[in-house]
Design a protein around this ligand. Structure first.
Ligand code: FMN
Length: 290
């Protein structure tokens, strides 16, 4: 009896360890399966843009990351206040300007003033960013050969997207827009703006700098850029070329910490440009006042 007890305890321990190991293995498998299923049901989530592990990495390799040591002076804020009537007029006019913005997929090859491009990019660069990290790079492509290479890469990937990756529901949802994998505007638009998010930055000593909320920050900059283009009288279409990021990054010689978020072909609308007759939701459907 006294001899059996330690043996029995050991057997029970082994049994418990085995049960836990199996349960863990099964839940790991389950999680992997769930991820696979989620990827299949959310095909619009670009593989290259997934970087939610960034912050985990910060904790793991603390020595590779640079803390900010900057000491910034705080100065009085300069503000322009308008009379209420003027505020209402300005906000109404701004809305009317933005309400005329449309995604235009037929762009003429007429050249545009590059000073306008400088100004719209400067406007985009005024966007707020997590911890003022300004995690954006705007690549301006004017060169005909480079534009054509971009078109070739995108059309090749988009054909696979439409035929295989996107799935029936997404392709059906896009039918009303009459889009497909042929993107003539990538050749005709005088300027392509490729917007990259920097998933992290580099300090002067080469250590990596955390770029908090980099995707939200860059998306806000893109929104300002769209408004600035509209204000300047140019057209574009917001595009997110699915699974083209790595090839376009290499083509444009951008570093590995940059990931393609958006591509905007910019120019004047072509004479025969058409747009789908879409209706925007009214205020009472998009605003809730508490
Ligand atoms: C995140 C995002 C991704 C988009 N991707 C594409 C795209 O890849 N190709 C395209 O032709 N339009 C794309 N669009 C444009 C939408 O189809 C367009 O905004 C929508 O149909 C509403 O039309 P509007 O921009 O004229 O108001 C995208 C828009 C957003 C906001």
């Amino acid at each position: 009896m006294f001899f059996l007890t330690p043996v029995l305890v050991a057997v029970v321990c082994i049994l418990i360890a085995w049960i836990f190991k199996n349960a863990d293995g099964r839940s790991m498998e389950g999680r992997k399966g769930e991820n696979r299923a989620r990827a299949q049901t959310r095909p619009w989530v670009d593989e290259d843009l997934k970087d939610s592990t960034d912050l985990q990495q910060v904790e793991e390799d603390v020595d590779d990351w640079q803390e900010s040591e900057e000491n910034v002076e705080h100065i009085p804020f300069s503000h322009t206040r308008y009379p209420e009537k003027e505020m209402i007029k300005r906000s109404q006019e701004f809305y009317e300007l933005l309400n005329k913005r449309r995604s235009v997929r037929f762009i003429s090859n007429e050249q545009i003033p590059m000073e306008v491009i400088d100004n719209v990019i400067k406007s985009a660069g005024t966007a707020p960013s997590g911890a003022h990290t300004e995690p954006w790079t705007f690549v301006i492509v004017k060169d005909l050969d480079v534009k054509h290479k971009i078109r070739e890469i995108i059309e090749e990937e988009e054909e696979i997207n439409y035929l295989k990756r996107m799935g029936r529901q997404w392709v059906t949802d896009l039918k009303k827009l009459r889009t497909n994998w042929i993107k003539e505007y990538l050749d005709t638009a005088p300027v392509l703006i490729l917007i990259f998010k920097q998933v992290h930055g580099f300090a002067a000593n080469g250590k990596r700098k955390v770029h908090y909320y980099n995707e939200i920050s860059v998306s806000i900059a893109c929104g300002i850029l769209l408004a600035a283009l509209q204000n300047a009288g140019l057209v574009t279409v917001t595009t997110t070329p699915l699974n083209c990021g790595p090839r376009l990054r290499v083509l444009l010689g951008r570093p590995a910490n940059e990931k393609l978020l958006m591509l905007l072909p910019v120019g004047y609308p072509s004479q025969e440009a058409t747009v789908p007759d879409l209706i925007r939701k009214p205020l009472d459907q998009i605003m809730v006042t508490v």
